[in-house]
Design a protein around this ligand. Structure first.
Ligand SMILES: [Zn+2]
Length: 512
């Protein structure tokens, strides 16, 4: 049934596109017409100069050159700026109740964000209420949710157990089915607790349910270290037998070089050729950012486990931490982002306390005591991944995270990878941030400039786009995205926020 629906929606799209070349009646009234724009429509096609007319929050007309006939209503002269769909962030973080305006994202041209990532989301009842909450109070960008697998385990009473009872299984199934009608799919965080306690049988079962609803599995994989990548990716591909799967923030921790990137990509393409629908995204930095628990072993990631291990297995823990940090380019490559040592590398903080970095981690910080940036990736490898047709862009950032990706990602793609280094062509880069993520998510009415699509649009001159965030000063907003429209209303107009809060909480359309 679901397949038939999506077939018809594709047919509808094609019919829609065919109609756009047919002249409709002249003398039409529109809410707004943007003229003299270089239109990059989100499909990857080259730019063309033209106009876009907007009515009732939707794109009502798209044309080349100047509009024919009398156009009534307000006009905005784009003065040859790029007009593209607003960017869709496949992997973001933040609390929409605390910062519903999400200005850090709007300033980067982002008009839709995706939360509930890495296996952690609000509980199912809270998610079910979000539509109502934001219908009245509004949001800066649109918001899409995933249901976290870790949250599912907690809500099913399984938590960190490896085995579970038939009745827990039943609870899990029914929560899962409710979640699939309210969200775009299930997010995994297999490198984190409690996701790391799950096995392939549990995940396959959940993937089967996800597939029944034609939803997506969005995954922070089990291990991103170079020597574990093959196994981690294979686990994802196995789930791809049941549903569409997406690898979040694809990276190789301490892998190097273009050839290695091509090897990793070949696994994805082989699977794709065999009919598995796998895609990935990436943020354009060589440092990751997450809780410092990432350095701790599975048996000491949570505070309660850690307290016990500190006295019973200290020697073993010391050795593990030493090896782990050294394999991740050493203590100078970890930049602490929160808590007492924020802004210092692990090496600097240890120096200040006059203790080894291992003892600092155990006696002063602990697995839950800080977040940090980890300089563990290779630019050549990551840039090659970014060029691949299966790889989209995400920020993995938040309004408050101590990593420039939360304020810089989408500006950096344009500034650094398109304008300065020519790693990507502009239409290709925009496709990776608009049409492609929309397709990955199954978002049928956004991500392209086409008649009938929602009017999420941005206007910018690619030469003036600039990332201001740095590792030493990460919370600086990007500049250059002068006009940002969300659902037909300006969220930013001539670089000023309007506080229109016209973003919507989006539920998937194909609810059974
Ligand atoms: Zn993640």
């Amino acid at each position: 049934m679901i397949r038939i629906i999506s077939f018809f929606s594709i047919l509808f799209l094609i019919l829609n596109m065919a109609c756009s070349s047919v002249e409709t009646e002249d003398d039409q009234f529109y809410d707004l017409v943007i003229i003299n724009a270089r239109i990059v429509d989100g499909s990857g096609q080259p730019p063309f100069t033209g106009y876009v007319a907007i009515n009732n929050g939707e794109i009502a007309r798209v044309g080349k050159g100047s509009p024919e006939g009398q156009i009534e209503g307000e006009t905005l002269n784009a003065e040859n700026r790029i007009l593209s769909p607003g960017f869709i962030d496949l992997h973001a973080h933040g609390n929409p109740l605390e910062t519903p305006e999400f200005n850090n994202f709007l300033a980067m041209g982002v008009t839709s964000i995706t939360l509930g990532q890495d296996g952690g989301s609000p509980g199912i009842n809270e998610i079910a209420g979000l539509k109502n909450t934001f219908e009245s109070s509004g949001l800066g960008p649109n918001l899409l949710m995933f249901y976290g697998h870790g949250t599912l385990r907690d809500e099913s009473g399984i938590g960190r157990d490896r085995q579970f009872t038939a009745s827990q299984q039943q609870t899990m199934d029914s929560l899962m089915r409710v979640a699939m009608t309210h969200t775009f799919g299930l997010s995994l965080g297999l490198e984190y607790s409690p996701g790391l306690y799950s096995d392939i049988d549990e995940l396959s079962h959940l993937a089967e349910i996800t597939g029944e609803y034609d939803r997506l599995i969005m995954s922070h994989m089990r291990n991103e270290d170079d020597d574990s990548l093959r196994v981690s990716i294979n686990e994802m591909l196995e789930l791809g037998n049941y549903c569409r799967i997406h690898i979040s923030h694809l990276k190789s921790v301490y892998g190097k070089g273009v050839e290695r990137a091509e090897e990793i990509l070949s696994w994805l393409h082989e699977a794709n050729d065999a009919g598995i629908q796998v895609t990935a995204d990436e943020y354009p930095y060589t440092a990751s950012y997450t809780g410092i628990a990432i350095l701790f072993p599975d048996w000491a990631k949570s505070q309660d486990q850690f307290e016990v291990v500190k006295s019973t297995r200290r020697k073993e823990l010391e050795e593990f931490l030493y090896d782990k940090v050294m394999s991740r380019n050493g203590p100078a490559a970890t930049l602490i982002g929160t808590g007492e040592y924020a802004g210092m590398t692990l090496e600097e903080a240890a120096g200040q306390e006059d203790m080894s970095f291992v003892n600092l981690l155990i006696d002063k910080i602990g697995p839950q005591g800080a977040s940090g940036a980890y300089f563990v990736m290779d630019e050549a490898l990551q840039a090659r991944l970014l060029q691949d047709s299966l790889v989209a862009v995400c920020s993995d950032g938040s309004p408050t995270g101590y990593h420039p990706r939360g304020h810089g990602t989408f500006a950096r793609i344009i500034e650094e990878y398109v304008v300065k280094r020519n790693v990507l062509q502009l239409p290709e880069a925009i496709y990776k941030m608009t049409g492609f993520p929309a397709r990955i998510l199954g978002l049928e009415d956004r991500g392209l400039i086409r008649e009938g699509m929602k009017a999420d649009l941005i206007l910018f001159n690619e030469k003036f786009v600039h990332e201001n965030a740095e590792f030493s000063n990460p919370l600086q907003q990007a500049e250059g995205f002068e006009f940002v429209m969300v659902n037909g209303k300006w969220a930013r107009y001539a670089n000023q926020y309007t506080d229109s809060l016209s973003g919507k909480y989006i539920v998937p359309q194909n609810i059974r």
